[in-house]
Design a protein around this ligand. Structure first.
Ligand code: HEC
Length: 127
């Protein structure tokens, strides 16, 4: 029975950790998950009619990427045209809050910082 007490600590800790991570991030709309910043209601009103907001929040890219995506939906998926100010609001919001994920991954380590190859018989590129 002793192992139950040791398990209880990490199991209680996990939800608390999730809570503190969530509050450290920007406020998000509980319904759509969209970051609640300038323009988010415009995005909610125009971008969640056909599909879940998850498609939006799980995507990321430059303003150009988002613009191409909107054009693609307008050309092929029946997305309506936006007045220029509305489109600018949407693109500003998306580029700002769902922008390119640069730096989300560190660059690969140089070979000199890697441990020795444990399989020395495998041919290594020369030079
Ligand atoms: C008229 C319907 C409609 C509206 C409104 C709409 N979309 Fe879409 N969107 C689609 C369809 C259809 C797909 C393809 C869904 C699929 O592949 O399951 C899609 C796919 C996407 C994808 C995924 C693209 C990919 O590479 O897989 C993203 C991101 C997206 N939409 C963002 C938006 C944004 C941002 C808006 C608001 C400007 C928006 N959508 C409004 C119809 C719409």
């Amino acid at each position: 029975m002793k192992h139950f007490t040791t398990l209880a600590v990490p199991m209680l800790g996990a939800p608390l950790l999730c809570l503190s991570l969530a509050t450290a991030a920007q406020d998000t709309d509980p319904e759509t998950g969209l970051v609640m910043a300038e323009g988010w209601e415009t995005v909610r009103d125009n971008c969640t009619a056909c599909h879940s907001a998850d498609l939006v929040t799980q995507n990321s890219g430059s303003r150009n990427h988002w613009e191409k995506l909107i054009r693609w939906m307008q050309d092929t998926q029946g997305l309506w045209e936006f007045p220029p100010e509305t489109e600018a609001t949407i693109l500003d919001y998306l580029a700002e809050h769902y922008g390119p994920k640069e730096g989300a991954r560190r660059p690969p380590l140089p070979r000199t910082l890697m441990p020795d190859n444990p399989y020395p018989t495998v041919a290594e590129p020369s030079g």
